[in-house]
Design a protein around this ligand. Sequence first.
Ligand SMILES: [Zn+2]
Length: 127
Amino acid sequence: MLVADCPCGSGDRYDACCGRLHRREAEAATAEELMRSRYAAYAVGQLEHVFRTWHPRTRPASIEPDPALTWTGLTVLVTAAGGVDDEVGEVEFEARWDRGGTPGALHERSRFERRRGRWVYVDGDMP
Ligand SMILES: [Zn+2]
């Protein structure tokens, strides 16, 4: 996977940022870190990571790639709890995309919780 700068917008290189989580070399310490890694996973096509970090209670049976969609940027707007000592957290973000030259954005407030010590995505809604 040739991705220099991490798609999550951290400014770090992919390999040293969300790539570590995608390769299961590290676990997200915070809900925001997990949220960023899930966005980056969509951006680079690591859908196994998206599936693995989705709460089994709410995740779909499978996650299909959408080859027409290119993710073009992420802005984290608000975080609530979700820290290293928390059990639940929320992250509000805007994720931008492009579909055949038509741009758009997903604005979501996502809920996360710890499950067996690891952050997982539960669900989200439009704020
Ligand atoms: Zn990253």
